[in-house]
Design a binder for this molecule. Structure first.
Ligand SMILES: O=C1O[C@H](COP(=O)(O)O)[C@@H](O)[C@H](O)[C@H]1O
Length: 297
Protein backbone atom coordinates (compact mmCIF):
# COMPACT_ATOMS: atom_id res chain seq x y z
CA UNK A 1 0.00 0.00 0.00
CA UNK A 2 1.23 3.53 -0.65
CA UNK A 3 0.48 6.62 1.45
CA UNK A 4 -2.93 7.01 -0.16
CA UNK A 5 -3.82 3.43 0.63
CA UNK A 6 -3.56 2.31 -3.01
CA UNK A 7 -1.79 -1.01 -3.51
CA UNK A 8 1.62 -0.19 -5.05
CA UNK A 9 1.49 -3.14 -7.40
CA UNK A 10 -1.64 -1.68 -8.91
CA UNK A 11 0.00 1.73 -9.38
CA UNK A 12 3.03 0.12 -10.96
CA UNK A 13 0.84 -1.95 -13.24
CA UNK A 14 -1.15 1.13 -14.31
CA UNK A 15 2.07 3.06 -14.95
CA UNK A 16 3.53 0.15 -16.93
CA UNK A 17 0.34 -0.20 -18.97
CA UNK A 18 0.29 3.51 -19.74
CA UNK A 19 3.92 3.32 -20.90
CA UNK A 20 3.14 0.31 -23.07
CA UNK A 21 0.13 2.14 -24.49
CA UNK A 22 2.16 5.28 -25.22
CA UNK A 23 4.98 3.34 -26.78
CA UNK A 24 2.57 1.39 -29.00
CA UNK A 25 0.81 4.60 -29.96
CA UNK A 26 4.15 6.10 -30.96
CA UNK A 27 4.79 2.99 -33.09
CA UNK A 28 1.50 3.64 -34.84
CA UNK A 29 -0.69 1.04 -33.16
CA UNK A 30 -4.23 2.28 -32.73
CA UNK A 31 -5.22 0.21 -29.75
CA UNK A 32 -3.61 -2.30 -27.45
CA UNK A 33 -5.86 -4.55 -25.51
CA UNK A 34 -4.42 -7.26 -23.25
CA UNK A 35 -6.85 -10.14 -23.66
CA UNK A 36 -4.72 -12.73 -21.87
CA UNK A 37 -0.99 -13.08 -21.31
CA UNK A 38 0.95 -13.00 -24.57
CA UNK A 39 -2.00 -11.85 -26.67
CA UNK A 40 -2.49 -8.43 -28.27
CA UNK A 41 -5.45 -7.16 -30.21
CA UNK A 42 -4.61 -4.36 -32.65
CA UNK A 43 -7.61 -2.69 -34.24
CA UNK A 44 -7.36 -0.46 -37.30
CA UNK A 45 -9.84 1.48 -39.31
CA UNK A 46 -9.25 0.00 -42.75
CA UNK A 47 -7.66 -3.01 -44.43
CA UNK A 48 -5.07 -0.60 -45.86
CA UNK A 49 -4.09 0.40 -42.30
CA UNK A 50 -3.75 -3.28 -41.37
CA UNK A 51 -1.51 -3.85 -44.41
CA UNK A 52 0.77 -0.98 -43.33
CA UNK A 53 0.97 -2.21 -39.72
CA UNK A 54 1.51 -5.83 -40.73
CA UNK A 55 4.47 -4.89 -42.94
CA UNK A 56 6.10 -2.93 -40.11
CA UNK A 57 5.51 -5.74 -37.58
CA UNK A 58 6.92 -8.38 -39.95
CA UNK A 59 9.98 -6.29 -40.87
CA UNK A 60 10.72 -5.64 -37.19
CA UNK A 61 10.45 -9.34 -36.32
CA UNK A 62 12.68 -10.15 -39.29
CA UNK A 63 15.39 -7.80 -37.99
CA UNK A 64 15.04 -9.14 -34.43
CA UNK A 65 15.26 -12.85 -35.32
CA UNK A 66 18.04 -12.41 -37.87
CA UNK A 67 20.07 -10.54 -35.25
CA UNK A 68 19.35 -13.17 -32.59
CA UNK A 69 19.69 -16.37 -34.60
CA UNK A 70 20.85 -15.56 -38.13
CA UNK A 71 17.64 -16.52 -39.94
CA UNK A 72 13.90 -15.80 -39.96
CA UNK A 73 11.47 -18.65 -40.56
CA UNK A 74 8.06 -17.52 -41.77
CA UNK A 75 5.02 -19.72 -42.25
CA UNK A 76 2.50 -18.43 -44.78
CA UNK A 77 -1.22 -19.08 -45.21
CA UNK A 78 -3.36 -18.78 -48.31
CA UNK A 79 -6.54 -16.73 -48.56
CA UNK A 80 -6.53 -12.96 -48.18
CA UNK A 81 -3.28 -12.87 -46.18
CA UNK A 82 -0.96 -12.56 -49.17
CA UNK A 83 -2.81 -9.50 -50.44
CA UNK A 84 -2.60 -7.92 -46.97
CA UNK A 85 1.19 -8.51 -47.02
CA UNK A 86 1.53 -6.24 -50.07
CA UNK A 87 3.24 -3.36 -48.21
CA UNK A 88 6.16 -5.61 -47.29
CA UNK A 89 7.29 -5.74 -50.91
CA UNK A 90 7.30 -1.96 -51.18
CA UNK A 91 9.67 0.78 -50.02
CA UNK A 92 11.23 0.88 -47.41
CA UNK A 93 10.99 -2.85 -46.59
CA UNK A 94 11.81 -4.21 -50.03
CA UNK A 95 15.28 -2.66 -49.67
CA UNK A 96 15.80 -2.80 -45.88
CA UNK A 97 14.75 -6.39 -45.05
CA UNK A 98 17.51 -9.02 -45.29
CA UNK A 99 15.56 -11.39 -47.53
CA UNK A 100 18.57 -13.69 -47.91
CA UNK A 101 17.98 -14.93 -44.34
CA UNK A 102 14.29 -15.73 -44.76
CA UNK A 103 13.03 -19.32 -44.77
CA UNK A 104 9.51 -19.78 -46.15
CA UNK A 105 7.03 -22.54 -45.22
CA UNK A 106 3.28 -23.07 -45.57
CA UNK A 107 0.78 -23.71 -42.81
CA UNK A 108 -1.52 -25.42 -45.30
CA UNK A 109 -1.82 -26.32 -48.93
CA UNK A 110 -4.46 -27.62 -51.25
CA UNK A 111 -3.56 -30.99 -52.86
CA UNK A 112 -3.27 -29.56 -56.36
CA UNK A 113 -0.24 -28.92 -58.58
CA UNK A 114 1.86 -25.94 -57.47
CA UNK A 115 0.87 -24.00 -60.60
CA UNK A 116 -2.86 -24.54 -60.03
CA UNK A 117 -4.71 -21.28 -59.30
CA UNK A 118 -6.03 -22.87 -56.07
CA UNK A 119 -2.51 -23.53 -54.74
CA UNK A 120 -1.42 -21.49 -51.71
CA UNK A 121 2.16 -21.70 -53.04
CA UNK A 122 1.12 -20.11 -56.34
CA UNK A 123 -0.79 -17.40 -54.48
CA UNK A 124 2.31 -16.55 -52.42
CA UNK A 125 4.62 -16.81 -55.44
CA UNK A 126 2.54 -14.41 -57.53
CA UNK A 127 1.74 -11.92 -54.75
CA UNK A 128 4.87 -11.98 -52.60
CA UNK A 129 7.78 -14.33 -53.34
CA UNK A 130 8.30 -13.23 -56.94
CA UNK A 131 8.78 -9.65 -55.71
CA UNK A 132 11.55 -10.15 -53.13
CA UNK A 133 14.99 -11.83 -53.38
CA UNK A 134 14.45 -14.81 -51.07
CA UNK A 135 16.84 -17.56 -52.27
CA UNK A 136 14.94 -20.41 -53.98
CA UNK A 137 16.71 -22.93 -51.70
CA UNK A 138 15.06 -21.23 -48.68
CA UNK A 139 11.52 -21.80 -49.98
CA UNK A 140 9.86 -25.00 -48.82
CA UNK A 141 6.53 -25.59 -50.60
CA UNK A 142 4.26 -28.52 -49.76
CA UNK A 143 4.82 -30.68 -52.85
CA UNK A 144 1.91 -32.27 -54.62
CA UNK A 145 2.90 -35.82 -55.50
CA UNK A 146 0.36 -38.53 -54.74
CA UNK A 147 -2.29 -39.06 -52.07
CA UNK A 148 -2.96 -36.44 -49.35
CA UNK A 149 -1.55 -38.88 -46.77
CA UNK A 150 1.72 -39.16 -48.72
CA UNK A 151 1.97 -35.42 -49.27
CA UNK A 152 1.53 -34.81 -45.52
CA UNK A 153 4.11 -37.48 -44.61
CA UNK A 154 6.52 -36.06 -47.17
CA UNK A 155 6.30 -32.52 -45.74
CA UNK A 156 6.69 -33.82 -42.19
CA UNK A 157 9.78 -35.84 -43.24
CA UNK A 158 11.27 -32.75 -44.92
CA UNK A 159 10.69 -30.66 -41.79
CA UNK A 160 12.36 -33.38 -39.69
CA UNK A 161 15.43 -33.25 -41.93
CA UNK A 162 15.59 -29.46 -41.48
CA UNK A 163 15.46 -29.98 -37.71
CA UNK A 164 18.23 -32.61 -37.89
CA UNK A 165 20.33 -30.20 -39.95
CA UNK A 166 19.58 -27.50 -37.34
CA UNK A 167 18.06 -25.25 -40.01
CA UNK A 168 14.90 -25.28 -37.88
CA UNK A 169 15.10 -25.47 -34.08
CA UNK A 170 13.05 -27.93 -32.06
CA UNK A 171 10.87 -26.38 -29.38
CA UNK A 172 10.78 -27.84 -25.85
CA UNK A 173 7.41 -29.34 -26.87
CA UNK A 174 9.22 -31.62 -29.36
CA UNK A 175 7.77 -29.84 -32.40
CA UNK A 176 9.58 -27.54 -34.84
CA UNK A 177 9.73 -23.94 -33.70
CA UNK A 178 9.01 -21.41 -36.42
CA UNK A 179 9.70 -17.73 -35.78
CA UNK A 180 6.51 -16.29 -37.28
CA UNK A 181 3.23 -17.76 -38.48
CA UNK A 182 0.95 -15.50 -40.49
CA UNK A 183 -2.57 -16.90 -40.23
CA UNK A 184 -5.95 -16.00 -41.65
CA UNK A 185 -9.34 -17.01 -40.24
CA UNK A 186 -12.19 -18.47 -42.28
CA UNK A 187 -15.84 -17.54 -41.92
CA UNK A 188 -16.46 -20.80 -40.03
CA UNK A 189 -13.54 -20.13 -37.67
CA UNK A 190 -11.00 -22.36 -39.40
CA UNK A 191 -7.30 -21.63 -39.39
CA UNK A 192 -4.84 -23.33 -41.76
CA UNK A 193 -6.90 -26.34 -42.96
CA UNK A 194 -8.12 -27.13 -39.45
CA UNK A 195 -11.91 -26.99 -39.57
CA UNK A 196 -14.41 -27.01 -36.69
CA UNK A 197 -15.55 -30.48 -35.64
CA UNK A 198 -12.87 -32.23 -37.69
CA UNK A 199 -10.50 -34.74 -36.05
CA UNK A 200 -7.39 -32.98 -37.41
CA UNK A 201 -7.96 -30.34 -34.72
CA UNK A 202 -7.19 -32.94 -32.05
CA UNK A 203 -3.99 -34.33 -33.58
CA UNK A 204 -1.35 -34.45 -30.86
CA UNK A 205 1.59 -36.33 -32.43
CA UNK A 206 1.87 -35.63 -36.15
CA UNK A 207 3.48 -32.42 -37.37
CA UNK A 208 1.57 -32.44 -40.63
CA UNK A 209 -1.78 -34.02 -41.39
CA UNK A 210 -4.35 -34.06 -44.18
CA UNK A 211 -8.07 -33.69 -44.77
CA UNK A 212 -10.10 -35.20 -47.61
CA UNK A 213 -13.48 -33.66 -46.76
CA UNK A 214 -12.69 -29.99 -46.30
CA UNK A 215 -15.93 -28.00 -46.09
CA UNK A 216 -14.18 -25.30 -48.12
CA UNK A 217 -13.07 -26.46 -51.57
CA UNK A 218 -10.88 -28.07 -52.65
CA UNK A 219 -11.64 -31.01 -50.31
CA UNK A 220 -8.10 -32.48 -50.25
CA UNK A 221 -5.71 -30.41 -48.20
CA UNK A 222 -2.54 -30.66 -46.12
CA UNK A 223 -2.11 -28.77 -42.87
CA UNK A 224 0.32 -28.24 -40.02
CA UNK A 225 -1.20 -29.46 -36.75
CA UNK A 226 -1.97 -27.43 -33.63
CA UNK A 227 1.09 -28.67 -31.70
CA UNK A 228 3.28 -27.20 -34.47
CA UNK A 229 1.25 -24.02 -34.92
CA UNK A 230 1.20 -23.35 -31.18
CA UNK A 231 4.96 -23.93 -30.85
CA UNK A 232 5.68 -20.91 -33.10
CA UNK A 233 7.32 -17.99 -31.32
CA UNK A 234 5.13 -15.27 -32.82
CA UNK A 235 1.77 -15.63 -34.52
CA UNK A 236 -0.15 -12.93 -36.37
CA UNK A 237 -3.87 -13.52 -36.94
CA UNK A 238 -4.76 -11.21 -39.81
CA UNK A 239 -8.48 -10.65 -40.38
CA UNK A 240 -9.99 -7.93 -42.54
CA UNK A 241 -13.54 -8.95 -43.41
CA UNK A 242 -16.93 -8.57 -41.78
CA UNK A 243 -17.61 -12.25 -42.63
CA UNK A 244 -15.07 -13.27 -40.00
CA UNK A 245 -16.28 -10.88 -37.28
CA UNK A 246 -18.10 -13.62 -35.34
CA UNK A 247 -15.20 -16.12 -35.10
CA UNK A 248 -12.92 -13.21 -34.17
CA UNK A 249 -15.32 -12.27 -31.37
CA UNK A 250 -15.56 -15.88 -30.14
CA UNK A 251 -11.78 -16.25 -30.04
CA UNK A 252 -10.90 -12.92 -28.46
CA UNK A 253 -13.72 -12.80 -25.93
CA UNK A 254 -13.29 -16.50 -25.01
CA UNK A 255 -16.91 -17.30 -25.84
CA UNK A 256 -17.75 -20.98 -25.32
CA UNK A 257 -19.27 -22.45 -28.46
CA UNK A 258 -19.66 -26.03 -29.59
CA UNK A 259 -17.92 -27.21 -31.63
CA UNK A 260 -14.89 -25.19 -30.59
CA UNK A 261 -13.62 -22.85 -33.25
CA UNK A 262 -10.05 -23.61 -34.37
CA UNK A 263 -9.20 -19.89 -34.42
CA UNK A 264 -9.82 -19.85 -30.67
CA UNK A 265 -7.27 -22.65 -30.13
CA UNK A 266 -4.27 -20.72 -31.46
CA UNK A 267 -1.63 -19.77 -28.89
CA UNK A 268 1.89 -18.57 -29.52
CA UNK A 269 4.97 -19.48 -27.50
CA UNK A 270 5.92 -15.78 -27.28
CA UNK A 271 3.19 -13.52 -28.57
CA UNK A 272 -0.08 -13.80 -30.49
CA UNK A 273 -1.11 -10.59 -32.25
CA UNK A 274 -4.51 -10.01 -33.83
CA UNK A 275 -4.50 -7.51 -36.71
CA UNK A 276 -8.10 -6.45 -37.32
CA UNK A 277 -9.78 -3.84 -39.43
CA UNK A 278 -13.05 -2.21 -38.38
CA UNK A 279 -15.15 -4.81 -40.21
CA UNK A 280 -13.39 -7.80 -38.62
CA UNK A 281 -13.62 -6.18 -35.17
CA UNK A 282 -17.28 -5.23 -35.58
CA UNK A 283 -18.65 -7.92 -33.21
CA UNK A 284 -16.16 -7.02 -30.44
CA UNK A 285 -17.19 -4.70 -27.61
CA UNK A 286 -16.48 -1.12 -28.66
CA UNK A 287 -12.92 0.07 -28.18
CA UNK A 288 -11.56 3.61 -28.41
CA UNK A 289 -12.45 5.45 -31.65
CA UNK A 290 -10.35 4.20 -34.54
CA UNK A 291 -8.31 6.79 -36.39
CA UNK A 292 -8.52 7.05 -40.15
CA UNK A 293 -5.45 6.66 -42.30
CA UNK A 294 -2.31 4.65 -41.75
CA UNK A 295 -0.53 4.70 -38.40
CA UNK A 296 2.30 7.21 -38.09
CA UNK A 297 5.55 5.58 -39.25
O1 LIG B 1 -8.70 -22.05 -47.21
C1 LIG B 1 -8.01 -21.29 -46.57
O2 LIG B 1 -8.62 -20.34 -45.81
C2 LIG B 1 -7.95 -19.66 -44.76
C3 LIG B 1 -8.66 -18.34 -44.52
O3 LIG B 1 -8.72 -17.63 -45.74
P1 LIG B 1 -9.27 -16.15 -45.87
O4 LIG B 1 -9.51 -15.94 -47.35
O5 LIG B 1 -10.52 -16.04 -45.06
O6 LIG B 1 -8.18 -15.23 -45.37
C4 LIG B 1 -6.47 -19.49 -45.07
O7 LIG B 1 -5.81 -18.91 -43.97
C5 LIG B 1 -5.90 -20.84 -45.45
O8 LIG B 1 -4.51 -20.77 -45.63
C6 LIG B 1 -6.55 -21.29 -46.72
O9 LIG B 1 -6.06 -22.52 -47.20
Amino acid sequence: MDRLGVPCISLRTCYKNSLIHKSLASMGFTEENEVKPKTRVLRYDTEEDVAVALAKYTAELSAKYIKEKGSFSVVLSGGTLIETMRKLVECPYKESVDWSKWLIFWVDERVVPLDDPRSNYKLALDGFLSKVPIPAKNIYPIHYNSSPDHVAKDYEARLKILVEKKILPLSPTGFPKFDLMLLGVGQNGHVASLFPNHPQCHEKKRWVTFITDSPKPPPHRITLTFPVINSASDIAMVVTDKKEAYPVYVAIEHIHVKPKLPCAEVKAAEELTWFLDKAAASDLPPGPPLPHGPPVM
